[in-house]
Design a protein around this ligand. Structure first.
Ligand SMILES: *[C@@H]1O[C@H](CO)[C@@H](O)[C@H](O)[C@H]1NC(C)=O
Ligand SMILES: *[C@@H]1O[C@H](CO)[C@@H](O)[C@H](O)[C@H]1NC(C)=O
Ligand SMILES: *[C@@H]1O[C@H](CO)[C@@H](O)[C@H](O)[C@H]1NC(C)=O
Ligand SMILES: *[C@@H]1O[C@H](CO)[C@@H](O)[C@H](O)[C@H]1NC(C)=O
Ligand SMILES: *[C@@H]1O[C@H](CO)[C@@H](O)[C@H](O)[C@H]1NC(C)=O
Ligand SMILES: *[C@@H]1O[C@H](CO)[C@@H](O)[C@H](O)[C@H]1NC(C)=O
Ligand SMILES: *[C@@H]1O[C@H](CO)[C@@H](O)[C@H](O)[C@H]1NC(C)=O
Ligand SMILES: *[C@@H]1O[C@H](CO)[C@@H](O)[C@H](O)[C@H]1NC(C)=O
Length: 757
């Protein structure tokens, strides 16, 4: 195997190791035996690599809990060798139809004719020497297709896992064709670590259960509730409602997760069923299946896959005994790090203006409040952010036509309000603000804006990943003084006020900077007696300069374009101007194709100048999170915390960050047997066969002083007729130019997890 698939040799050296145990927290689990629930890796780490491939199993062991269970869907070759592969038809998950184009067959399965390529028509040699496996799910990398062979049960054992789980899905089909899986299992050497055998077929379980002595547990794998179990001639739904029928035969059940936490038709969670408690009362284990970071899950989980596991393992009433998952590390992290930590305190942050040191964590800064849960900048989004544990809540200040300052993520009201339904006549193009047309706050009075409803969509709504649709139009927009009132009476450690488009607004007679200054002063935020921090953030150096007169305020320069480095003179300029910089995610990493190739030195450069660095914007949706982060928002956070050592993370989902920083795994002084690790850039890239990735893009530009320094702010006065032409006059557009316009935007798009690649 190794000879034919040399890439695989790299795997074990790619991953950082985890330390052995010392500081293990003692926890109580409501599992049947009181032990932590099992992580059962379905075909290995099949969320990343083709299911049941060598890399999938090796990565499951390398990224999972030490006691991770390797799950093998067992089938037999014509010469009786056990091979792990799910699905009866090989052509769905391998390239067999290209290698053996004429060896397809049609078999009867129940009353149906099934056509395809079947494992039992090939010898193990034919399969192992010629057939490579592929990813079957579109949201996962196809990069590893066709480079790895099939894996036998013996191969799985050779990895030395503590535990193997065998699922036999098609026992009767094989028996009908003179291949007896039961005999095969009975003949396995005694040292085979098979702890679980599952099947949807009760007669198979009955038979093997009688013969398989020892520690192996027999598990009924339930299909959908409406499917019929052939032996009992009852639906699986009915069997699950009357577990006494199967109690004499099995030690437990493996059920689709919605049998435990059902959802309503709108994909919100309903109260749990009593299945786990009922089964535990009878002494039966309950394992839940169907977990994957790139599946759509209920809205209650706010697109955070860890929250879904916690619902099953850390609720007041019960804990399942195992989770069958395609994403081993996320399940492992939920169990070893995140469970039973809700009541913990957050790790401390660095003192204002100081870089984050050992034992300290980055600030959790919101982006338009908890805008992943409620429409951005509404009272509800800010209240949620406070509840979720944000340190700093933010207001991007906009101006109405009549000079009222209020909070909203964009000057274009159509992006997160219902303006398009009521103010179509106000659609214009203002090229100083954005290229596409919009309805702009400065063209509507505050009383008009107040009539608008918020409109929560989220960046991936069009591909089906909506945000909290039940609250789509909930909440109300806040004026800047309203926001300050809310912040003052909350326990956040500070506020961030973002100022954009000030030069353009000045030409419209709107003094944004003055409005911010007077609101902050009026609310006593300039006084040392006000304990909350004030961060003033802008991409405009002239705006930040104005705030130098407030010694208490911390100034944050936004570096909009993706950069790969910052020249010494540009950092010197920043130091004159600001205490911190805010950069996009793409400025901290180098990408190649869909993979992380490395980290840039930007954080180090910024820290060397005694400046701090914030990174953003983090969003939970898996499409926003690269493969190297395992489609897991927590792994991305851990990377900015432990590997890149940033001082702040700007996120639309503060709860996800806070959950991690309450976990013992975020305390890096602890010596834990398992912890959530940073992404390892280059790790996956190195496994890609030569030529399979597009050529690396040239590095993003280096920041220069001219990118940092903007022209002075123009006086506040109406210089041109409002409703001005779509074609901007060059004068105004250069006045509003900022660091953003000088550099090319590069890279980050390639970084996204595209469902359609
Ligand atoms: C962590 O624990 C392991 C095993 O007990 C021990 O060998 C190692 O020295 C410990 N490391 C630290 C930093 O305490
Ligand atoms: C399958 O592999 C064997 C051994 O490498 C080789 O001799 C045979 O030609 C291959 N068959 C096909 C159809 O490629
Ligand atoms: C069982 O239910 C599922 C989901 O509700 C449905 O897609 C499927 O067609 C049903 N199957 C049968 C045999 O009724
Ligand atoms: C799920 O969210 C809905 C809507 O917010 C809420 O009514 C329901 O109680 C939540 N369910 C659970 C189990 O938390
Ligand atoms: C702040 O208060 C909210 C309730 O209003 C609470 O849920 C949250 O844990 C508190 N945060 C901190 C850091 O104390
Ligand atoms: C606006 O369009 C111009 C020309 O098509 C382009 O160069 C520029 O980057 C665009 N600006 C923004 C903010 O999208
Ligand atoms: C100043 O603050 C008070 C409350 O502290 C508020 O009633 C008033 O409207 C504020 N004025 C301005 C101009 O923001
Ligand atoms: C950063 O701060 C340290 C200690 O406050 C000081 O010794 C050092 O000279 C400063 N470095 C720069 C580049 O300002």
């Amino acid at each position: 195997m190794g000879g034919r698939y040399p890439h695989m040799l790299l795997i074990l050296i790619l991953l950082h190791g985890a330390n052995a145990a010392v500081d293990e927290p003692v926890q109580k689990w409501q599992t049947l035996d009181g032990n932590p629930p099992l992580v059962i890796a379905r075909g290995g780490f099949s969320g990343l690599f083709p299911e049941s491939s060598p890399a999938a199993y090796q990565f499951a062991m390398a990224t999972g809990l030490p006691e991770v269970v390797l799950y093998c869907d067992l089938q037999l070759s014509s010469d009786g060798i056990g091979i792990c592969r799910s699905g009866l038809k090989l052509d769905k998950s391998t390239l067999i139809s290209e290698v053996f184009p004429k060896r397809d067959k049609t078999y009867k399965l129940g009353n149906e004719d099934v056509h395809g390529w079947f494992l039992l028509d090939f010898t193990a040699d034919e399969l192992l020497n010629n057939v490579t496996v592929t990813q079957t799910i579109l949201s996962r990398p196809s990069t590893f297709d066709g480079i790895m062979g099939m894996f036998t049960l013996d191969h799985v054992k050779a990895l030395n896992p503590q535990t193997i789980w065998i699922n036999v899905e098609y026992g009767k089909f094989y028996a009908d064709h003179n291949l007896n899986i039961e005999d095969y299992l009975l003949k396995l050497p005694k040292d085979f670590p098979i702890a679980y055998i599952s099947s949807p077929d009760v007669s198979f379980l009955k038979s093997i259960g009688g013969k398989f002595k020892g520690k192996t547990k027999i598990i009924l794998r339930s299909l959908w509730e409406n499917a019929t179990e052939p032996t009992l001639v009852k639906s699986y739904g009915d069997i699950m409602n009357d577990l006494n029928i199967i109690k004499p035969i099995v030690s437990g059940i493996l059920v689709p997760k919605h049998f435990i936490w059902p959802t309503n038709k709108d994909d919100y969670l309903l109260p749990s069923t009593s299945l786990v408690k009922d089964a535990h009362a009878l002494g039966l284990e309950v394992h839940a299946s169907g977990f994957a970071n790139d599946n759509f899950a209920s809205y209650n989980y706010t697109h955070d896959p860890a929250m879904e596991y916690l619902q099953y393992i850390d609720n007041p009433d019960f804990c399942v005994d195992g989770v069958l998952t395609d994403f081993t590390p996320t399940a492992s992290g939920a169990i070893a790090c995140l469970a039973h930590t809700k009541e913990n305190a957050l790790l401390p942050t660095a003192k204002p203006l100081l870089a984050t040191e050992n034992g300290e964590r980055p600030l959790i800064i919101t982006h338009n409040g908890a805008s992943g849960v409620f429409s951005g900048c509404t009272d509800l989004a800010y209240q949620q952010a406070v509840r979720d544990g944000a340190d700093i809540i933010d207001c991007s200040v906009r101006m109405s036509q009549d000079g009222v300052a209020f909070c909203l993520g964009s000057a274009d009201l159509t992006t997160s309000t219902t303006a398009a339904t009521t103010f179509m006549t106000k659609v214009v193009t203002v090229s100083e603000i954005q290229n596409k047309s919009g309805i702009f706050s400065f063209d509507l009075s505050w009383s008009e804006i107040e009539t608008l409803k918020p409109d929560l969509n989220g960046p991936y709504a069009q591909v089906g990943l909506k945000r909290n649709p039940a609250a789509k139009n909930a909440g109300k927009l806040l004026t800047l003084p309203g926001f300050l009132d809310l912040a003052k009476t909350s326990n956040v450690s500070g506020i961030l006020i973002e100022i954009e488009d000030a030069p353009y607004l000045a030409t419209r007679g709107l003094g944004l900077v003055d409005a911010v200054c007077s609101a902050l002063v009026n609310a006593s935020y300039d006084k040392e007696s006000n304990q909350q921090r004030v961060l003033i953030q802008s991409d405009d150096s002239s705006v930040l300069s104005v705030f130098k007169k407030f010694p208490k305020f911390e100034r944050v320069l936004v570096i909009d374009p993706v950069i790969s480095d910052a020249s010494k003179p540009s950092v010197d300029e920043i130091k004159e101007l600001a205490h911190s910089v805010m950069v996009s995610r793409g400025s901290l990493v180098r990408v190649h194709g869909f993979f992380l190739a490395g980290f840039t030195d930007l954080v180090q450069k910024i820290h060397d100048a005694n400046l701090t660095l914030h990174v953003g914007v983090l969003k939970n949706e898996f499409m926003n999170i690269g493969f190297d982060y395992f489609a897991d928002p927590t792994v991305e956070i851990v990377t900015y915390y432990t590997a890149l050592v940033t001082d702040g993370i700007v996120t639309e989902f503060p709860a996800t960050a806070a959950a991690y920083f309450k976990s013992p795994c975020s305390d890096l002084t602890k010596n834990l047997s398992y912890t959530i690790l940073s992404a390892n850039p280059g790790g996956l890239e190195r496994m890609v066969p030569p030529g399979a990735l597009p050529p690396a893009l040239p590095p993003a530009p280096v920041l220069e002083p001219s990118d940092v320094i903007d022209p002075p702010l123009p006086p506040v006065s109406v210089s041109s007729p409002p409703e001005s032409t779509p074609k901007a006059d060059d004068e105004a557009s250069s006045a509003s130019s900022n660091a953003g316009n000088c550099l090319l935007v590069a890279g980050i798009a390639a970084f996204l997890y595209l469902s359609s690649h």
